[in-house]
Every structure is written in C-alpha cells, then in structure tokens.
Ligand binder design. Sequence first.
Ligand code: ZN
Length: 373
Amino acid sequence: MFCFDSNEEVLIMSKQSILFLTFSVVFLLAIKILVFPLSIEEAPISIEKEGKGEINCFVYHRFGEENYPSTNISLETFERQLQWLQENHFTVLTLGEALKLIDADNLPQKSVVLTVDDGYRSFILRAFPLLQKYNYKATVFVNTATVGGGSYMNWKELKQLVDAGIEIGNHSHSHAYFLNYSKEEKLKIFKEDVAKAQKTIRENLGISPELFAYPYGEYSLDLKKAVQELGFKAAAAQNSGVISSYSDRFALPRFPMGSSFASLEGFRSKAKMKALEVKNVVPESSVLSSDNPPILKLEINDSQINLNQIQCFVQGSKNCRLIADSRNPNQFTMKAEAPLNNRRTLYTITAPSLDGRKWFWYSHLWINPQVSE
Ligand SMILES: [Zn+2]
C-alpha cells in the first residue's frame, strides 16, 4: 500500500508541487486499483483487535529449510514474528489451552496459537530454541509412521518437547490422502490409522492427545464425525480464518505460514484479523460435487461489518462473484468465474468493520479428490 511519510523535503515544497504530487498519487492509485485490484494480502489491517472469544491460529511446517519453499519459513522471519508478538503483548497459547479458555469465556483479548504439522526435526533444532527464548508454547501435530526417520524428530526429541510444555496432537499414522480411498473402505482405514497413531503416541510419550489435525487439511463430513467418535475434543483444518466460539470444533481454521504467506507483514495482518460470522452454509461438505465451479451460499451476521465493502477471493485472486440476495441482503451466493482445477481451493470472503478499523475473514475449502497434488 502507498505510504506517505512527512519529511523535510515535503515541507519546503511549493504549493504547485504538492498539488501535482497529490494528483499523481491519486492517478497512480486509480491505475493500480483498476489494473491490479487489491490482493488478499494487501487488505488493510485492523489497528487493534478487540473482542473476546477469538483465536488467531497459524500452521507452520519447516523452519530454515530453504529447499522446501512451499512449507518453509526462514528463521529470521519466524523470530521477527515472535518478537512482534512480544512487543505487542500477545498471549501465545497451545491450541488445547485456547479452546478451554474460549469455553470458559476467559480468553485474553490478544491471543494467538502457533501450530506445527508433521514433526520435522527443524522444529526442535531451530524453532524450539526461539520459542524458549520468548517463553512461548506451540502445538505440534505428529504423524507417527515417520517418527525417527529421515528429517523427522524421534521419540526422545518429542518427549523432550512434552516435558517443556509443548502440546502434542495426532496427525494420523500414515499421513495418507484419506479422501482418495473408496467410499466403502475410507472410514475404516481412517479410523484404524488414527487409532494406531493414538496408541503409538501413548506408548512412546505416555500421553493421549485430545486434538487432531487432518493430513493436508482434507476432511469430509464422515471423517469429521469419525474424529469425534474417536474421542478427540477438536480437529484442526487448513482453511484460513479465525477460530471463534461459533467455529466448527472439528474443522478449526488456521492461517498457513509457509511460502509467500511466511512474512512478518502477513503474520501481523492475520494476527489482528477477526472472524466473519457466517451461518447456514450450503453445501456443508467441502468435497466438490459435479458442479464446478461450485456455488457457495451463506448468511453473514452484519452487526459490525460494512456489507458494501465485502470482497471475495478464489485462492487469493478476485476471479469470483459474490452476490447478495435481493430479498435478504445478509444472504450471499459466491461462485468462482472458472472451474477449480487444483486439488484444494479456498473461497474467501473479507469485509471491513463499519468504522473501517478491523477486517473480518471467512474461508470455505473445496477439495477435489479426483485431482492429484
Ligand atoms: Zn501434515
């Protein structure tokens, strides 16, 4: 975004130069908006996060592993994020702690949760010492089949994390694409796999995780139900968004912090983001049916937001239409302008508050199991 800093040079400018400069800036901004509409990453950030009961949760994978750019964050950026949290007096909680505090309606106003998927060794070698430096915790979701192999942490290292207050969650045993299995075998395989991971974690670490994270963030209605039946208290997805008291406990949103998302600027704006309260979402399922591009219908609680400035994004670009119902202005229909070709695609809706100081965010995930990664 354009930023106008006052300095000595500006002060001694003649009136004409200021007029000319103002005209040029307005002209350039108009060109930018016409030619390059605001991207999702450029949406203005809120000044201050207010309100109870919301957690801004992030998902990381690898730390300082530049050979894996799509899932990596540099150590420098990660430390700058931690530093910013400290300077701005955020409370950093584990996901389990945060959910308990939401239930007790006692969540600190500025709370974030840092989660780490897959249990790569770069976490304990590089990120964990930084977390200790700032006295922050995290929740690590472990897929048990790979523990101790290749670039993954072993059980001794995981035990060290448990002893230091890091929360361990279940991320399945095999980390498979469970939605690729046939309708008949999918549920059985999924339940056995997750139960195996739970048993392995209990045997090696002496704890029974209460939280689950779907491999690749992929879930269906029956997998969500299975996680519940297996006794977990909640499950994390990878839809971006803010966790609130009305979030689906078995598909909790998390903002990704890898690749181009892994910046200080992106982290700051997501840490201040607020949950856009939606209801009556149709379809309920994230798995793509025969309609492509799919149509999403939802109702938005507009008590705090400016519906006139609502925006939609398909995987971060504006190739979509968001239309309000003529009879009910809170009811919206969203559709991408072209068929979705990726395995996973996010429909995202953002809107500012009435005073423009805060931004609200909601994402719906579409998964097409026919497409390989
Ligand atoms: Zn994973």
